[in-house]
Design a protein around this ligand. Sequence first.
Ligand code: RP5
Length: 173
Amino acid sequence: MLNKAIVGIILGSDSDLPVFAEAAEVLEQFGIPYDITVGSAHRSPERAMKYASGAVERGIKVLIAGAGGAAHLAGVIAAHTPLPVIGLPVKAKSLDGLDSLLSTVQMPPGIPVATVGINAGKNAGLLAVQILATGNDVLQEKFVAYKTKMAAEIESKGNKLSELGYKKYLEQK
Ligand code: RP5
């Protein structure tokens, strides 16, 4: 990575990577430099703690953290940094990811984790962009353009569905 990272991404296991890759992809689309690594709240607590406590010094502005199952990583990261932490719960092997969601979102008052949906890597990336855009007009413009494009796509789909009716629409899909 040429530019200095301003978003830090930490995932509980490399098996979580496909979900976190979606967040990284969004950051790349918006030209935001990031770093990405693995560190577990349970298997490598020291590493996770060091990653979080050194983030400000490294120039990181926002963190994206998450895991699956007993997903305590985002909370542990939030405990060790003043930076905003976006929690990304990953659907692991049981309970359809509800375990991960609740472990990530139900933080005690005083230590918030801004939790996105289960496996919602894209939204984690977008939320990081939005947080950074509050202090960056160029990024804000890019984000507004992103939303405008999204709305235009829905408009065109809506018009097409109204014109064709659902049967023809589905045939053409
Ligand atoms: C969690 O346990 C990880 O975040 C992952 O979602 C899950 C399984 O990890 P692996 O056994 O695949 O490394 O801590």
